[in-house]
Ligand binder design. Structure first.
Ligand code: AHR
Length: 513
């Protein structure tokens, strides 16, 4: 009996290792797909809590080192991420923002109530000139979100004229009087935000008509014509894409919103730290829903826009947890942990897989709000796990995607939540190297997979690994950072290259030879 038991244990062990050895990542580097637009790595900065004021803007008089009001430390950290694009001024804030209140001498600008976010005073210190100064310091493109809610086609048209006119019009001269001779380069312009909600509670058809009317008047010089974005749907909705892709002229892109809440309930979203493993999986597994949103909306676009003129963007995505205890709930402050780093990497892998339509996304938000890159307190800052995921994935900006398929990908299941254990992406970087991004979502089990490029095993790979001991490991001010990337490499042996991924990890490597 004992002998039989031992034999069974041995068989199971062999079976398990055979199963593990069976996981294979096959990359077809000779089958180039669409380019992964760098703006997939875009950021979002809204007048919300300390996202802009304190977090980035301290004003030129501040003791905190700054360049014309923007914090030097924050800008330097963001430059490391090669931030390609920043969306501003909202969000919900955009539909109550009047651009004229944010130009001219700062001490003369009106103080308003930020009624969306905490009811705090908004002194308009950051306006059009300050925003463009920020994007120019970052070397990023500008995405300006127009006000359809409390604004008008006239107000949007005049804002565009103010920003882009080269001539001698009164608005162009006003811009010059305010210190800017040459026009600002506006790369993207959106007509409203979340028209289905805070942007006016509209129906898709009503918004589509509004867009049609407003867009008629949004004129700019030809060489400074932004990509015009229509505010799209949310979650699994397709009706916004349907209404906006059917003969609405000048819709260059439709922007969808997709937040990830561990519980899926807005009243009790789930905690950013100290969560159970079931909420780890429900959070990471939500990326499957996001891929589904893309697929169903792409199907609508492929029907209405077969020549692929219209982009499908996500100008807001990321985790949304219960507010950090003790914080102003209107400021959307939340901790950022290893879970957020994996969530970001999983989004990137999905966005890359749909790079034919998804040319731009903006994580919500850049500093101190929701799934932030950076958390600040007075003159200190901390780089979050999400920051490191963005940093590790920078080689994918403008890289050419190539097919990457995982064979025998095990299912990771906790309670009623299930997802594929591994996620992968691959692309030929602008430097000519082949890059691979991998996520092991299993919170407890490491994974091993063999890598094949075409029919061959590469000689070696080199890159970075991000992991930590706990699911909710975080980097906190004044404490040693718990989540930082470390060097990672693997060499082929016996004609086989095996990648060992620790539990709950992100790996980005370049294939060497
Ligand atoms: O990112 C926070 C808010 O979420 C945005 O202002 C709004 O568009 C969305 O509901």
């Amino acid at each position: 009996m004992k002998k039989q038991l031992l034999a069974l244990v041995a068989t199971l062990a062999v079976g398990a290792s055979a199963l593990a050895a069976d996981i294979k990542l096959v990359v077809n580097a000779d089958q180039p797909g669409p380019v992964i637009h760098r703006n997939i790595y875009g950021q979002f900065a809204e007048h919300l809590g300390t996202g802009i004021y304190e977090g980035m803007w301290v004003g030129p008089e501040s003791k905190i080192p700054n360049v014309r009001g923007w914090r030097k430390d924050v800008v330097a950290a963001l430059k490391e991420l090669k931030v390609p694009l920043v969306r501003w001024p909202g969000g919900c804030f955009a539909d109550e923002y009047h651009w004229r209140e944010g130009i001219g001498p700062r001490n003369k600008r009106p103080v308003k109530v930020n009624s969306n976010w905490g009811g705090v005073p908004e002194n308009n210190a950051v306006g059009t000139h300050e925003f463009f100064d920020l994007v120019e310091q970052l070397g990023a493109e500008a995405y300006v979100n127009g006000n359809l809610g409390t604004g008008s086609s006239q107000e949007m048209a005049e804002w565009l004229e103010y920003m882009t006119s080269t001539g001698k019009s009164t608005l162009a001269e006003l811009r010059r009087k305010n210190g800017r001779d040459k026009p600002f380069r506006v790369h993207y312009f959106a007509v409203g935000n979340e028209a289905w909600g805070c942007g006016g509670n509209m129906r898709p058809e009503y918004y589509a008509d509004q867009y049609r009317q407003v867009a008629t008047f949004l004129r700019t010089p030809e060489d400074n014509r932004p990509i015009f974005i229509a505010s799209g749907g949310n979650g699994m909705q397709t009706e916004w894409t349907e209404a906006l892709s059917k003969g609405v002229h000048s819709v260059n892109a439709i922007s969808h919103h997709a937040y990830t809440l561990p519980t899926g309930q807005w009243e009790k979203k789930g905690s950013a730290v100290g969560f159970p493993e079931s909420e780890w999986v429900s959070t990471l597994g939500n990326v499957q829903q996001i891929e589904e949103m893309i697929k169903v909306n792409k199907a609508v676009l492929d029907k209405n826009d077969p020549s692929k003129k219209i982009g499908f963007y996500f100008d807001e995505w990321g985790s949304w947890y219960d507010p950090d205890p003790g914080s102003n709930p209107g400021f959307l402050v939340q901790r950022n942990t290893l879970r957020d780093a994996l969530l970001a990497a999983l989004h990137f892998n999905v966005f890359h897989a749909h790079a034919d339509r998804v040319h731009m996304t903006n994580v919500a938000q850049m500093v101190n709000v929701l799934q932030a890159m950076i958390l600040t307190s007075k003159d200190k800052l901390v780089l979050t796990p999400t920051y490191h995921a963005f940093a590790m994935y920078t080689p994918f900006q403008d890289a050419t995607s190539v097919p990457a398929k995982i064979e025998n990908n095990p299912v990771y299941k906790v309670d009623k939540f299930a997802m594929p254990t591994l996620s992968a992406t691959a692309a030929r970087g602008k430097d000519g190297k082949l890059y691979i991004g991998l996520v092991n979502s299993n919170a407890n089990q490491p994974a091993e997979l063999t890598l094949q490029v075409g029919a061959n095993a590469p000689k070696s790979v080199k890159g970075k690994l991000l992991t930590a001991g706990a699911m909710d490991a975080q980097n906190e001010l004044g404490k040693p950072a718990q989540v930082v990337p470390v060097a990672y490499e693997a060499q082929a042996a016996d004609g086989k290259l095996t990648l060992k991924l620790p539990a709950k990890s992100v790996v980005v490597v370049a294939v060497e030879g």
